[in-house]
Write a protein that binds this ligand. Structure first.
Ligand code: SF4
Ligand code: SF4
Length: 452
């Protein structure tokens, strides 16, 4: 009997890559048979081409598709009985270059797993990162037994495929710099020079405010979070000791050029060092590259931010458009709703600059809780999705797939956990080239406008 897929199929796709004969196809997909294109056998669900299915004879002593199917809908077809000899012959026809030997693996002749050997075999399988599958009993057709021993899971994933060659050779940060660049002239150059002069002070602001100014002005030569923070740190190494000396003199603790001012200088420097370590902790302790660090503010940055935020907000208007579909992008309160929406590829924002677009898409960090997750031995952390990125004309398409077969099973039985998503983002104009970066579940795409 050939294997068929019944109507219970939930389209999880777990079976397709398991088939040694490439006999399984997604619903609606044409297939090749004898050199001629054939119409799909099903429009809605995955299907098996019987002329290509050997019930895995020649490769395994069980049906591989049935072994991974989370809803047990890969079953032998009672209307199409086929002997082992027929299936072996089919395997030879399908794989003319393969030597199947005299006794190829076959579900008709399962390898017995002696009780005494079971432990050793299981250990070997676990060591190889494989799942152990109990062999079916000879003569019994239909359901294939499920894995009996689960190794600790280390899920696969994280491939990124580009389906269009608009990708630029230039490094990501450089492309992003071009995207954010503004044509500076006249009055705007005066603003830039003012920002440059004020950088040692503005560097004290919280990272978000500095990033907003950087985005709004758009020319890193005049203002960047990185440079402003460094200048502010240098300034604080002078400012803090001076402040302590002034405070001590004003409170009458000592007079200038005495032993007392050495203590004030030491205290000021100590605080400056501690503050610097705290502000640059992501780079110093977290080994983040300088371009991706969060440049924190100084002690006096928060009150300064309160004063300057309204000015920055007004400056931002008209400089930057785009949209954030999920409000609370950075807010922990929205974490679980956001996690769910990330699984549908819906958590992203688009910034529209003069020379290009900057897209940031957050991908899921956690595998949603479920009994299947516990049973299959997954930890909480979501493995990286396989991503396909296409930038064509004025549309960016990001497709994500959970590639780990076992994890796809969880998708099949969990609500709001699709195994695949596809997000299309329309741009306001044509794209000329792009570069991307993927790190820590954040996909960033910098796209230059056509002709920019
Ligand atoms: S039984 Fe084996 S050969 Fe047949 S469709 Fe399933 S995986 Fe492919
Ligand atoms: S593994 Fe998934 S796609 Fe394949 S038959 Fe089962 S439910 Fe359908």
């Amino acid at each position: 009997m050939a294997t068929i897929i019944t109507e219970e199929c939930i389209n999880c796709g777990a079976c397709e890559p398991e088939c040694p004969n490439t006999a399984i196809f997604q619903g609606g997909v044409e297939f090749d048979l004898g050199g001629a294109k054939q119409a799909a056998l099903s429009e809605e669900i995955f299907f098996i081409v019987p002329e290509k299915c050997t019930e895995c004879v020649g490769f395994f002593d069980y049906e591989a598709c049935a072994a991974v199917c989370p809803v047990d809908c890969c079953v032998t077809d009672p209307d199409r009985p086929e002997s082992e000899e027929v299936l072996v012959e089919r395997a030879k026809e399908l794989h003319p270059d393969t030597d199947f030997g005299d006794s190829p693996p076959s579900r008709f002749n399962p390898t017995p797993v002696a009780a005494a050997d079971a432990g050793g075999a299981a250990a070997a399988g676990a060591a190889a990162g494989m799942q152990m599958v109990a062999a079916p009993v000879a003569g019994v057709t239909g359901r294939v037994e499920k894995p009996v021993i689960r190794p600790t899971r280390s899920p696969k994933g994280g491939e990124i495929e580009l389906t269009r060659s608009l990708e630029l050779d230039t490094p990501f940060d450089e492309v992003l710099g071009h995207v954010k660049r503004r044509d500076v002239s006249g009055a705007s150059r005066i603003v830039g020079l003012a920002l440059l002069a004020l950088s040692p002070l503005l560097g004290a602001l919280p990272h978000k405010t500095k990033a907003a100014i950087e985005d709004a002005y758009g020319d890193g030569r005049f203002f960047s979070s990185q440079l402003a923070t460094v200048l502010n740190i240098v300034q604080n190494f002078i400012l803090y000791p001076v402040l302590f000396i002034v405070a001590a003199i004003m409170t009458g603790r000592f007079t200038m050029f005495t032993e007392g001012d050495r203590g004030a200088i030491t205290l000021g420097l100590f605080i400056a060092i501690a503050e610097t370590a705290w502000r640059l902790r992501e780079g110093v302790f977290g080994y983040k590259p300088a371009t991706q660090m969060n440049y924190g503010g100084s002690f006096y940055g928060a009150p300064l931010g309160i004063v300057l935020n309204p000015i920055v907000a007004r400056f931002m208007r008209g400089r930057r458009s785009g949209w954030v579909p999920v409000e609370g992008f950075y807010d922990r309160v929205f974490e679980s709703k956001r996690e769910r929406e990330k699984r549908y590829g819906e958590v992203y924002n688009v910034a529209d600059f003069e020379h290009g677009y900057y897209i940031r898409m957050e991908l899921p960090r956690e595998i949603p809780p479920s009994a299947a997750k516990e049973e299959l031995g997954f930890a909480d952390e979501m493995p990286d999705y396989d991503l396909r990125l296409a930038v064509e004309a004025d549309t960016v398409t990001v497709s994500g797939s959970v590639s780990d077969i076992e994890l796809r099973k969880i998708c099949g039985v969990s609500p709001a956990f699709p195994a695949d998503f596809k997000t299309e983002i329309e741009l306001s104009g044509a794209a000329g080239g792009f570069q991307y970066r993927y790190e820590d579940k954040l996909l960033e795409i910098a796209i230059l406008k056509d002709g920019a």
